[in-house]
Design a protein around this ligand. Structure first.
Ligand SMILES: Nc1ncnc2c1ncn2[C@@H]1O[C@H](COP(=O)(O)OP(=O)(O)OP(=O)(O)O)[C@@H](O)[C@H]1O
Ligand SMILES: [Mg+2]
Length: 211
């Protein structure tokens, strides 16, 4: 089969935890130049699907194409900040090996500004609210950039104003020919606001209900 680099394709995916089947023969594809919401109830297997795509938990079976060799930025469901590093250092850390120092610092400031946290750049995660920590994680992923942006419920705890500001920025940066953004959420507003297309899931086992 000729590989199609304009799409990210998951084919015949299976994943179980012990006896429990979480993903069973799932096939789904996404076009580069697309922003997608993956919408589904709590526990249906969305995070498992993302972790499988990222290689964090291996799928039991199935093929992934159109992802390897691409730069992937992720906002995990838990924000995963380094507690001993400041907000600025947390964001800078992922940029260090990818951008010259000055550009990296400019990016940190730009994205901290974008998530309304520039005045907290020298604060530590423990000094921030949950929603603020979440915004640091979002700034970090956006600053890192990449062709694929994976967001696992990134906007929890954020008010509508900052949420829409960030979603506007993501649309501006990811509505481009060589990029894909995947948003996992169970918030209908977010799902519709950010994405061109909403994929509705149910499960487990995870099943694509409609698009
Ligand atoms: N490490 C694990 N070991 C065993 N079972 C797991 C593990 N991780 C997830 N599961 C099970 O897999 C199912 C799907 O979990 P997953 O985290 O993918 O759901 P989700 O759709 O992301 O839910 P939520 O919206 O609440 O984050 C759940 O029933 C959960 O109990
Ligand atoms: Mg989840």
């Amino acid at each position: 089969m000729v590989s199609d680099s304009s799409r990210l394709i998951l084919k015949g995916i299976y994943k179980s935890y012990g006896e429990q089947s979480i993903i069973e023969n799932l096939s789904v594809s996404f076009e580069y130049n697309g922003i997608y919401s993956l919408f589904g109830p709590s526990g249906c297997g969305k995070t498992t699907l993302l972790h499988g795509m990222l290689g964090i938990v291996p799928f039991d079976q199935g093929d992934i194409s159109g992802l390897s060799g691409r730069r992937i930025a992720v906002v995990f469901q838990e924000e995963r900040l380094l507690p001993w590093s400041t907000v600025e250092q947390n964001v800078l850390l992922v940029l260090k090996h990818h951008y010259p120092k000055e550009l990296a610092k400019q990016k940190v400031d730009y994205y901290l500004e974008a998530v309304n946290l520039i005045n907290y750049k020298h604060s530590y995660p423990r000094q921030l609210s949950g929603g603020m920590r979440q915004r640091v994680a979002i700034a970090r992923a956006l600053a890192y950039g990449g062709e694929v942006l994976i967001l696992d419920e990134p906007f929890k705890g954020l008010d509508i104003k900052i949420k829409t500001k960030i979603m506007d920025l993501i649309r501006q940066e990811y509505k481009q020919a060589n990029k894909i953004c995947l948003l996992v959420t169970h918030d209908r507003f977010e799902a519709d606001y950010l994405a061109d297309e909403v994929y509705y899931f149910e499960g487990p086992p995870l099943k694509l209900n409609k698009t």
